[in-house]
Design a protein around this ligand. Structure first.
Ligand SMILES: NC(=O)c1ccc[n+]([C@@H]2O[C@H](COP(=O)([O-])OP(=O)(O)OC[C@H]3O[C@@H](n4cnc5c(N)ncnc54)[C@H](OP(=O)(O)O)[C@@H]3O)[C@@H](O)[C@H]2O)c1
Length: 285
């Protein structure tokens, strides 16, 4: 079985990537920030030397803070992936670079194809787009895996926040004018494992749930699962001004999975129903 190095292994996605790869029999070197600072070129080269694949789950994910700290976000989201990809290339290893819907403009009305032009509208999106290109330039043995609207059992995420607010307030207002694909970290981890195991054609894949939802739709599903009886009220993005613009349309197409003979993630609502107990199970932070 493959020896995989997972960076950012204590993050929301990294935790589940480690879990899924181990459950599927892979040998996993799981390194959190203390175990490997991905911006340290020498440490990266040492860590990557003996692995067959790197799964980079380390990132600057504070979307709003990136607006005022773009250089620091760039170091983590673009320079570090370049270091990892160059080290992987030298070690004849492959790399999975996790990316985001924020590389797109968010103005579309149909799902973004994997090869659609990158037109990021935020500092975070610019740094993640640069990370994609850095990896593509460093090694042909890459899988760029874009995901979006992630939730999981580790750390804070939208469903856990909604469940807590709904329980506290009995009523919660949620934006109904952004469309996307709520996606469980366990499902993204499964897609990453499938790419590695199938040695799928290198390139760009969209690891998001199928179907389309608004944040309001997801909140309604969360409240239904948590049985708090709270009311979910629709509102618009204007009611929640943020430093970084949120894409109105974050629906990603799944053509490459079909081309590779692999199944994309299933419908967001069915996946939420399976994920809910695990994601909401712990006391919500
Ligand atoms: N969350 C979403 O909705 C979403 C949507 C689309 C794409 N993504 C992408 O999915 C990936 C995983 O995100 P996530 O949601 O799991 O975020 P996360 O929970 O914030 O995980 C990121 C991890 O990176 C670590 N990290 C930060 N600086 C580091 C460094 N210098 N060296 C090594 N590790 C470092 C963080 O450690 P500390 O906690 O110690 O800082 C954290 O554990 C990212 O590429 C993100 O862009 C996420």
């Amino acid at each position: 079985m493959t020896t995989a190095l997972v960076t950012g292994a204590a993050g929301m996605l990294g935790t589940d990537v480690v879990r899924v790869l181990r459950a599927r029999g892979h040998d996993v070197l799981a390194l959190d920030r203390a175990g490997l600072d991905v911006t340290d070129a020498d440490a990266v080269a040492r860590a990557v030397r003996d692995v067959a694949v790197v799964v980079n789950c380390a990132a600057w994910t504070a979307v709003d803070d990136a607006e005022t700290s773009e250089a620091a976000a760039f170091t983590l989201n673009a320079v570090a992936p370049q270091l990892l990809a160059r080290a992987a290339h030298a070690a004849k290893a492959a790399i999975v670079q996790v990316s985001t819907d924020y590389v797109f403009d968010g103005d579309a009305t149909e799902p973004y194809d994997e090869e659609a032009p990158l037109v990021p509208r935020s500092a975070y999106g610019r740094t993640k787009a640069a990370g994609e290109w850095a990896v593509r330039a460093a090694t042909p043995r890459h899988w760029v895996v874009r995901t979006a609207w992630l939730y999981g059992a580790t750390g804070s995420c939208f469903p856990r926040t909604i469940a807590r607010l709904a329980a506290q307030r009995g009523e919660v207002a949620v934006v109904d004018d952004q469309r996307g694909q709520p996606t469980w970290t366990m499902d993204v981890a499964g897609q990453v494992a499938a790419l590695i195991e199938a040695n799928a054609p290198h390139g760009t894949y969209h690891a998001t749930s199928s179907g389309i939802a608004s944040w309001f739709d997801l909140a309604a599903a969360v409240v239904e699962s948590s049985a708090s009886g709270a009311r979910v009220l629709p509102t618009t993005s204007d009611a929640f001004p943020r430093p970084a613009p949120r894409p109105a349309w974050s629906v990603l197409g799944h053509r490459r999975w079909h081309d590779a003979g692999l199944a994309p993630i299933g419908d967001w609502r069915a996946r939420w129903d399976i994920a809910a107990a695990e994601v909401l199970g712990e006391p919500v932070a």
